[in-house]
Design a protein around this ligand. Structure first.
Ligand code: SF4
Length: 257
């Protein structure tokens, strides 16, 4: 039976941004520590040379990541895309996201809250790029767990196997697909999701998943714009999950204008 969606409070961008800044600060302290080790105690010239190369390499990466973190804040504040900041922003996300998660664990902050905040930041960054695509260049990726557990139809093989009985949210998503003329795939995991991306070669993706899969998926295809919509799990993880259809529709409309 299709469960109603429970309204959840949306994650705030500030949580992820705060953790990002704190992680950056922590890494900077680490570099200062390494700098101290470089000078003291006195070691051989070879030791100094190797250490200096490593230090310069790490410091260069961190400086770029710091520029990326600043780029995220500037883009969010201006709600405008700055193409020259794209590469540092990607680096900042790849480098600092695991550090932000680790710091969150240390501070006992729920992982899904951090991931949700990251998805929110990502969505704002994607929206700032104002990318427009033809309907058939937009791919809607839905997770298998939206399908009613009692349904016998193999929709991961072909989503058109759905009989549109209305027992689960797959029917609502198919209605969106048909209304807007976009592509759609139902995936059991990252491998199948990647296969859909290779097959359809979309210009933009609207992805539905749990916070964990959304964050890894967004980072997996970081050159493609992905608007993420987290599903809701009134029956526990991976079982008869729900989605707020209006949020999915809003994301589709953002791309096709
Ligand atoms: S809407 Fe489609 S996928 Fe959902 S239960 Fe009905 S036939 Fe199965």
């Amino acid at each position: 039976m299709k469960a109603p969606v429970i309204m959840q409070t949306q994650a705030h961008k500030r949580l992820f941004l705060g953790l990002l800044a704190a992680s950056l600060l922590g890494i900077l302290f680490l570099i200062f520590g390494l700098w101290y080790l470089f000078f003291y105690p006195a070691k051989s010239a070879l030791y100094h040379t190797i250490f200096l190369i490593i230090l310069l390499f790490v410091a260069g990466g961190i400086l770029l990541a710091a520029l990326g973190a600043l780029g995220i804040v500037i883009t969010l504040l201006a709600a405008k895309n700055f193409p020259f900041l794209q590469a540092p922003i990607r680096l900042a996300i790849h480098l600092l996201y695991p550090a932000a998660l680790a710091l969150g664990r240390l501070l006992r902050i729920d992982k899904d809250r951090i991931r949700s905040s990251f998805v929110e930041v990502n969505n704002q960054l994607v929206k700032a790029r104002r990318i427009k695509a033809a309907p058939d260049q937009v791919l809607l990726l839905a997770p298998h767990c939206l399908q009613w557990t009692g349904c016998p139809h193999k929709i991961t093989v072909d989503v058109n196997n759905c009989r549109r009985c209305g027992q689960c949210y797959i029917n609502d998503l198919l209605e969106l697909r048909d209304r807007y003329g976009i592509k759609m795939g139902v995936a059991t995991g990252g491998t199948l999701a990647r296969k859909y991306v290779e097959e359809y070669r979309p210009k933009a993706i609207v992805a539905i998943a749990c916070e964990r899969d959304l964050t890894s998926g967004i980072q997996d295809v970081d050159r493609l714009p992905v608007l993420g919509v987290a599903n809701e799990r009134p029956h526990g993880p991976c079982r008869d999950t729900c989605i707020r259809i209006e949020r999915v529709e809003e994301a589709i409309r953002h791309f096709i204008g």
